[in-house]
Design a protein around this ligand. Structure first.
Ligand code: LLP
Length: 442
């Protein structure tokens, strides 16, 4: 399956954004993250249009944890998106990129005092408060700065979505948020009314990520509205907005088929409207959605150069396994190791080569860093450019310098133009922060 502007050109090469990926590899080197600007923009537009057509009072915030650079924040600004951040570093990136800070939602289960001060100072629009200690701290800091913080509470709806256990967050047993059922959420709403420097604007939840079904989301929407009704009945307060997080999955291997953005919007908006009507909510709060992966995931492709190819005996069965090593791996994509994530790839410099036998694509780290296991691929030879698809979300953002590898460059492609948005790290970048104390210099 090809995504966005991906196509095969007359040379039989994979082209993205009108750029020949074999030429990109030659120009910028590998590993290289290639981001399809048109697809990022059209996904943003689809989200805004789909949600607004079903529930006009909707806002879409991009979850910056999936992929954030200064250039990305500029695209988001131009597309009229809001932004979800989780650290001082993400706030700083948004500020550097000229993103309007009043459109930022600041999340996290442990925001330090210094991060909260940075957020207040930068004029971050909404702080999504996770717990009581944070509420008290934020109140003190805001009052001290002579400001009022507009907040939402992160709530735990008590729902377990069908996704990898490390990316489930809606269930009761989670480090995130205030539990609704045990009364913690109501206690926080009550306390927020008493505290200076705090203006409660709404509630937030996020049930999990890479969800291929919408049941967990629609159930959570109902629980959130039910809580809003309970708050209204008990305290006479209404919320301005209800934020139901992100979580829509993407098609990593072709047999994983998520709902489209439009189908997802219909399900969420219908559940929201239905719950408000049947449960009798007196107002109609803004609906906020926070997609990360489904905006940026399919827009990213990682290009690698094939290095060595070897076959080894298989221990558990007769036959031999072919290992193809590429010039990146766990440091630019930790997701197979962390979540057992499955990827698909093409031979970018020869898209028409006939399929060969199953191969296992490995990285070059001192680890068994398998990127793709037992994939039927065309025969790969050293020097080929391998394009691993759907690497836009949580790849660059989770990359590391493991084994002192330099982080790859990121290029943004559109209409035949390729522009660097993150420079490749140099060997000197790797030692820039190293300090050798005097006593070790002798
Ligand atoms: N909002 C909140 C509060 C979140 O915690 C997340 C993701 C999102 C929105 C966006 O979710 P998305 O639409 O991208 O599913 N590193 C993992 C994913 C962790 C997701 C964390 N939170 C991975 O590589 O699969």
């Amino acid at each position: 399956m090809l995504f966005g502007t991906q196509t095969i050109n007359s040379k039989g090469h994979l082209e993205i954004g009108g750029c020949d990926t074999a030429e990109l590899a030659a120009q910028f080197g590998t590993p290289l993250y290639v981001m399809d600007e048109d697809l990022i923009r059209s996904n943003c537009r689809d989200y805004i249009k789909s949600f607004r057509s079903k529930y006009p009072n909707s806002k879409i915030a991009f979850a910056g944890k999936a992929f954030l650079t200064a250039a990305m924040t500029s695209i988001l600004r131009q597309e009229g998106m809001y932004l979800d951040v989780v650290s001082a570093g993400e706030i700083h990136t948004a500020v550097k990129g000229g993103f309007p800070t009043e459109r930022i939602y600041f999340h996290g289960n442990f925001k330090s005092a210094s991060e909260l001060k940075i957020a207040l100072q930068a004029g971050v629009g909404r702080i999504v408060v996770d717990n009581m200690q944070e509420l008290e701290l934020l109140s003190a800091l805001a009052a001290e700065a002579g400001k009022t913080a507009d907040i939402l509470f992160r709530l735990t709806p008590g729902i377990d979505p069908h996704t990898h256990k490390l990316i489930r967050t809606g269930q009761a047993d989670t480090k995130f948020g205030l539990n609704i059922k045990d009364g913690s959420a109501m206690a926080a709403v009550t306390r927020a009314q008493e505290l200076p420097g705090i203006h409660l604007t709404g509630i937030h939840c996020h049930v999990g990520s890479q969800c291929l079904e919408t049941d967990a989301h629609t159930t959570a929407v109902g629980i959130m509205v039910e809580f809003a009704v309970e708050v209204y009945r008990k305290l006479g307060i209404t919320f301005d907005e209800i934020n139901t997080g992100g979580g829509l999955g993407i098609s990593y291997p072709h047999d994983q088929v998520p709902p489209t953005i439009d189908e997802f919007a219909s399900k969420i908006a219908d559940a929201y409207t239905h719950a408000m009507e049947t449960l009798g909510l007196p107002n109609r709060p803004t609906l906020v959605q926070e997609p990360g992966r489904s905006i940026i995931g399919t827009a990213g492709t990682t290009l690698y150069t094939v290095g060595t190819v070897k076959t080894v005996p298989i221990t558990e069965a007769p036959g031999r396994r072919t290992y193809v090593a590429v010039d990146g791996g766990m440091s630019d994509n930790p997701r197979p190791a962390l979540y057992g994530a499955v990827y698909e790839a093409h031979v970018a410099n020869n898209m028409n080569r006939a399929e060969g036998e199953a191969v296992t694509i490995s990285g070059k780290h001192c680890e068994t860093d398998i990127l793709i296991s037992d994939a039927t691929m065309p025969k790969l030879i050293p020097g080929d450019i391998l394009a691993v698809k759907c690497t836009g979300a949580y790849n660059y953002s989770m990359s590391s310098n493991y084994n002192r590898f330099t982080k790859p460059a990121v290029v943004l492609v559109s209409g035949g133009r390729a522009e660097l948005i993150v420079k490749r790290e140099t060997l000197d970048d790797l030692v820039r922060q190293d300090v050798v104390p005097d006593h070790l210099k002798r």
